[in-house]
Design a protein around this ligand. Structure first.
Ligand code: FES
Length: 269
């Protein structure tokens, strides 16, 4: 859907000037699902030419509002960051295939860096269904978490397990190490586990291999460069596998951005 959305809030998420929270109001909120994205045109002028794909971090249907969190990186998001409250944005969306929201069992979220943003909407949807959810989140250092919305997770009441590269918050190390420890400590009464992950490709691959060895169902949200967002330009193509294990091409914008982990070919060049 091509629509106009009004900017309701547009501010820093924490102290980092480059990480922003943008709240938009409009019809797109009625249909949005966790894991989908908005393709936002940053300016009327031809520069920047392309829209920016930004994942949906919160959905408020009653107020017709969607929140996106983003890091300023490149000309498009720089121009977007200057759009004031009260302004209108030309938005395509919600687009893409989102996460399955479990209604039973336990939901485990694994995030690397700002890959945590789309998982916030999923955690909120799972909380509405009273599904127990835990977030395993890795980042650079303590300051990163404060700047990337740690308080939003605390507000939601999601149990958190954090890892930093320098040990300044949580455990020093990687998200996969947190997952390994958690798995060892699980008690005998085991509910089915559903996992969702988002972050850098290396981290997603590691989480995917881990989940495979534990026979845990995992969905991953891929972050690819996108141009059209509609399946036409092939700018977001990546390699996947069909149910028979044969290689096939996937378009992140329309086949994803959320995929079952086994659909993705992690070793494609
Ligand atoms: Fe154009 Fe996916 S962004 S096909």
């Amino acid at each position: 859907m091509l629509t106009n959305m009004r900017v309701i809030a547009h501010e820093r998420l924490g102290d980092d000037v480059n990480i922003r929270r943008l709240v938009l109001e409009g019809e797109a909120a009625a249909e949005a699902q966790p894991g989908q994205f908005l393709h936002i045109r940053a300016a009327d002028a031809l520069d920047p030419l392309l829209r920016r794909p930004l994942s949906i971090a919160a959905i408020d249907r009653s107020q017709r509002r969607l929140t996106v969190l983003y890091r300023i990186k490149g000309r498009g998001t720089q121009v977007l960051a200057a759009v004031p409250v009260g302004g209108m944005l030309d938005v395509l969306g919600p687009l893409g295939r989102g996460f399955q929201v479990p209604s039973t069992g336990e939901l485990i979220l694994a995030a690397g860096g700002i890959g945590v943003f789309p998982l916030l909407a999923l955690a909120a949807a799972a909380a509405e269904r009273q599904v127990k959810t835990t977030l395993f989140w890795g980042g650079e250092d303590r300051a990163f978490f404060d700047n990337a919305g740690l308080r939003l997770w605390r507000d939601l009441g999601t149990p958190l397990s954090l890892a930093t590269m320098d040990g300044s918050l949580g455990r020093k190390g990687l998200v996969t190490e947190l997952l390994g420890l958690w798995w060892q400590e699980r008690t005998a009464a085991k509910e089915p586990v559903f996992m969702a992950a988002c972050g850098p490709a290396g981290m997603l691959k590691a989480v995917s291999l881990w989940a495979q060895t534990k026979a845990v169902s995992l969905e991953v949200s891929l972050e690819e460069r996108m141009a059209c967002g509609l399946g036409a330009c092939l700018g977001c193509a990546c390699q996947g596998r069909d149910s028979e294990g044969r290689l096939k091409n996937l378009k992140v914008c329309t086949d994803g951005p959320v995929f079952k982990a086994e659909e993705v070919e992690w070793d494609a060049g």
